[in-house]
Write a protein that binds this ligand. Sequence first.
Ligand SMILES: [Zn+2]
Length: 296
Amino acid sequence: MSARAFCPLCSYGKAKSAFPYETIWAEKKYAYKKCSSCGTTYISPLPSGEELEKIYSFESYHNVFYHEPAAEKYKKSVKTLMQYAGERKTLLDFGCGAGFFLDEAQKSGFICSGTELDHETREKARALCKADIFSFEEMQGTSRKFDIIHMGDVLEHLGDPHKAVEGLKALLEPGGIFFFEGPLQNNLSVVYYFALILKNVKRFFKIDKPAKIPPTHLILTNKNAMIDFFSKRLGLKMKYFRIYETGWPYLSKKPEKATPEWYLKAVVGWAAIFLSLLEPGNNKKLGNRFMAICAE
Ligand SMILES: [Zn+2]
């Protein structure tokens, strides 16, 4: 498997080794490279199709990362979408997971379809929300078009997000909109800088060990790189863009036996949220997630 030669967001060809440096998963080493132009950090090499399948199998991924709070989170997303949807009703959720967003969207009157890679997860989505749920292969064969295409927590999982969104443009009705949301993992955030400093201190004292997490997020990016990807690279018109802070991944559910490390991380997570709330103005810089509504 060869190293990635270009930044997946801006396509620039130069990058340097950067935080979080590397992860080892299933006995394979993946490096993190930071684009010298837009500052996006990306995984290199890309995991193979077979490896990705293992990463995304329901047991190893959705059970760990998506649980009830996803439903709460997506209530806010649907509320935001409602403000910009106008008369648009048909909606495709690309990478719908277990259907939490679709469920909320359906309750608000959208006519919903979803597409999801994993067979078991599709079944779960069908059971939850009664929307039409397709595999990617079924979706490619369809001539259906949609007023709204939602990609929630999806772009960071794609090897080539540019190609994916370009392809989805063909499924958009004239006057349709994209609704993107997801993490900005190396944006200005207390959690990010705390983790970055901690890692570099450990590296300085040579007590650092490589992470052993599956490389699920192939792209870690920032606010400006995300905006430029939508507006410059994809040529979309930005109708709405907002960033906010959740303290992720430091604000996790309290384990039965919480360690001092858990408490410290929780304090850092809350501090991150608090500071982002204090930041004045509508065009905030602090935050670890974004929502964007774009038109062609
Ligand atoms: Zn770049």
